[in-house]
Write a protein that binds this ligand. Structure first.
Ligand code: DC
Length: 224
């Protein structure tokens, strides 16, 4: 295979998608685009808005209205990008437990998905991109030449998330994180629109026993 213009990486929460994709994108000189950030930004705006979760048209209108910008990092605090919502830096505000707990139900809303998918597809079609999410290979960029589905057991994913939070100095409880991950898996995989699943032509990689380097190398083997 020639060097693919688009590489999609889908998979469940904390499967290592973003870390793998960021390294791969740097090595290829491609844009790293984590679409989960957009659903998190909508969730953050929703939590601030006072809207009720049942107000799907209100939340969809909010998603249509908001301007989410993903830019190269301007602060040296381990962030991969600056995430801006209508000009406000929300890079870390979208990584809180409160956002974790609400993001899956918000991503189920059809109007939210429509607004996000349109913007994601526009960026993806420009090429030279490693795009990460749940439905990139199946819905957002089904024509991408290389599609990866990165999986890992819920326990390994919960441990990784726990370590990440501890490293940032946040409080963390492993059992609570594990339960949260299982809940999100359940919602993300069973929703009607664009559920989490591998595209028919996706390469499935289980990262339980692999390092980030090994996963990146397995992906690169496909076109090296
Ligand atoms: O990858 P993440 O944990 O940051 O994603 C947060 C949530 O966003 C995830 O639980 C489901 C949703 N999401 C989605 O529905 N579709 C995507 N392409 C990316 C994320």
């Amino acid at each position: 295979m020639e060097k693919p213009q688009q590489i999609t990486i889908d998979g469940p929460a904390s499967s290592g998608k973003s870390t793998v994709a960021a390294l791969l994108a740097t090595e290829l000189g491609y844009l790293f685009f984590d679409t989960g950030v957009m659903y998190r930004a909508v969730t953050y705006a929703y939590l601030k808005s006072g809207l009720s979760l049942t107000d799907e048209s209100g939340i969809s209108a909010l998603a249509e209205r908001m301007r989410i910008d993903i830019r190269p990092p301007t602060v040296d605090d381990k962030r991969q990008n600056d995430i801006l919502l209508d000009g406000e830096d929300i890079t870390w505000q979208i990584r809180t437990r409160e956002v974790d707990d609400h993001v899956s139900p918000i991503s189920v809303i059809a109007g939210v998905r429509k607004a996000m998918t349109r913007q994601q597809r526009e960026i993806g079609l420009r090429g030279k991109v490693v795009m990460v999410g749940r439905d990139i290979g199946t819905v957002v960029l089904p024509e991408a030449p290389l599609k990866i589905y990165l999986d890992a057991s819920a326990e390994v994913r919960a441990k990784r998330r726990y370590d990440e939070l501890m490293a940032r100095g946040s409080k963390a409880d492993y059992e609570q994180i594990l339960a949260g991950i299982k809940d999100r898996d359940q919602i993300d995989s069973n929703r009607k629109i664009a559920p989490l699943k591998p595209a028919d032509d996706a390469i499935i990689i289980n990262s339980d026993a692999l390092t980030v380097r090994e996963v990146v190398d397995r992906i690169k083997e496909r076109f090296a």
